[in-house]
Write a protein that binds this ligand. Structure first.
Ligand code: NAD
Length: 448
């Protein structure tokens, strides 16, 4: 597979090269802590800061195998700091929590985690309360940019009527603390309902579920298929006939089923339903297939525009309609769509692609109530710069610059980083998360 390699990152992983890079003021990206079965959730105990909300949040954490501290002990390396700020009612309430996190930061281990838990700011609040709640987002996103050594900072937002001990909060916290979220940085997950339950088999949370992944012959799609399989799902992998050989290799590797299909065909929905239906029902659908046809808008032609909008947006819209109309969706269906940071921030030369990916974000938001009515969810994952054949096509210099400009992690993500986020959103622990877009971007907005 011609996936781009980050040779600079490989080089500075060596202690001598690392020291030389430091002496010359060159970036020294850390090797990120990534999931390995059987490893502890965190590289040390978790410090939980806050009032009564922190007590409630800390309650279930020992069940996750975590050691809890309610106060920092000088010299003890912390795996994570969780700051519960659910009671902030005005700007003055931010200082104590912010400074307490700051005072403990030096004890955070490499690959450690900061997670804030706070309430969503909404229009119906008094301005001071809304200001303070929104303030948490600025605090966390900036703090995430100050972390080094592969540590990340993310937040959980509590929706109306959701308390810190809701199952969805524990599920989101577990994901954000774990090595599965290695490349998720500076992001917020809104837990909007009290739905959700811990997986019966935590190492195989998707056991007994059937998943369909489009564009799975290579890159991010192949990684998604592998991670869903690792987590216990039966996987149907879909890709164009021209990628049939690679698709068969992925299917063989994971013991899945290959379906050669161009998702833009009018009968694509019927073909997927027929194939996946042989497994009894469809629990998870991942709309991953995507293409780029970059051109400045002044040079854009209808062929490039239409191809991108058709594969990336029109086909998933049609497939969702077909799926929702079928009687094969399981009792808690999960749809996860691949958006892109280009669809959030825009990207020169990508008007067609960014329109399609922003369209995905709109589609997800508007489809959320439809899925909720079926006991399910639909969410998007927006990758930033991920090392795949898609980004390998960028000019080499632009690729190196893009990697090093990433705020604190200073490297591109790997396909499996995106796959871990997709797998999390596909599981029961994420039942309270609906209609959202989670960026997997090392806190940058550069990508394909
Ligand atoms: P990729 O080009 O490596 O793989 C995409 C796969 O989709 C290919 O196997 C291709 O054959 C398949 N495909 C294309 N058109 C299809 C069709 N009509 N029917 C069925 N399959 C089709 O891309 P990737 O980098 O792995 O990206 C996967 C997804 O992630 C895409 O939606 C992409 O837009 C998105 N994304 C990627 C990045 C990145 O940095 N690589 C960043 C943001 C978003």
């Amino acid at each position: 597979m011609a996936t781009a390699q980050d040779s600079y990152l490989n080089l500075v992983s060596h202690p001598v090269a690392r020291e030389i890079a430091g002496r010359f003021g060159l970036p020294r990206p850390a090797v990120l802590r990534r999931y390995r079965p059987g490893e502890p959730l965190l590289p040390g105990p978790v410090l939980v800061l806050g009032g009564s909300g922190a007590d409630a949040l800390a309650g279930p954490l020992p069940d996750l195998g975590l050691q809890i501290r309610r106060q920092a002990a000088h010299g003890e390396r912390l795996g994570a700091i969780v700051a519960v700020l659910d009671e902030v009612a005005g700007p003055a309430d931010l200082a104590a929590s912010a400074l307490a996190v700051g005072a403990a930061l030096r004890e955070l281990a490499p690959g450690g985690r900061i997670v804030t838990v706070s309430r969503q700011a909404c229009e119906t609040l008094p301005p001071a309360a809304a200001a303070a709640r929104q303030g948490v987002e600025g605090l966390l996103r900036s703090l995430a940019r100050e972390l080094r050594g592969g540590a990340t900072g993310n937040g959980i937002l509590l929706g109306d009527g959701v308390d810190v001990d809701a199952p969805g909060v524990t599920g989101a916290l577990r994901f954000l603390l774990s090595a599965r979220s290695a490349y998720v940085d500076g992001q917020f997950l809104l837990v909007g309902s009290t739905d959700g339950q811990p997986a019966a088999e935590p190492e195989r949370p998707l056991a007994g579920h059937t998943a369909v992944v489009t564009g799975a012959a290579r890159g991010i799609g192949a990684a998604i298929a592998e991670v869903l399989r690792r987590d216990g799902a039966d996987v149907v992998v879909v890709d164009v006939p021209a990628a049939g050989e690679q698709l068969a290799a992925v299917a063989n590797r994971i013991g899945g089923t290959a379906l050669q299909l161009d998702i833009t065909r009018p009968d694509a929905g019927a073909r997927i339903i027929e194939q996946a239906g042989r497994h009894g029902r469809i629990d998870i659908v991942v709309h991953n297939a995507g293409i780029t046809r970059d051109k400045l808008l002044a040079n854009m032609d209808a062929e490039r525009w239409d191809a991108v909008l058709e594969v990336n947006l029109a086909a998933p819209l049609r497939l969702n309609e077909a799926l929702l109309a079928s009687n094969l969706l399981g009792p808690a269906p999960r749809i996860v769509c691949l958006a892109s940071t280009s669809g959030i921030a825009g990207n020169r030369g990508q008007t067609n692609y960014a329109a399609s990916k922003a369209g995905i974000i709109g589609m997800v938001r508007s489809s959320a109530p439809l899925l909720a009515a079926r006991g399910g969810t639909i969410n998007a994952v927006a990758p930033g710069f991920i090392e795949t054949e898609m980004t390998a096509r960028m000019p080499a210099a632009a690729r190196q610059v893009a990697r090093r400009l990433l705020p604190s992690l200073q490297q591109g993500g790997l396909p499996r980083d995106v796959a871990e986020a997709v797998a999390f959103l596909s599981g029961g622990a994420a039942a309270g998360i609906n209609g959202q877009t989670l960026r997997v971007c090392g806190q940058s907005l550069v990508g394909a």
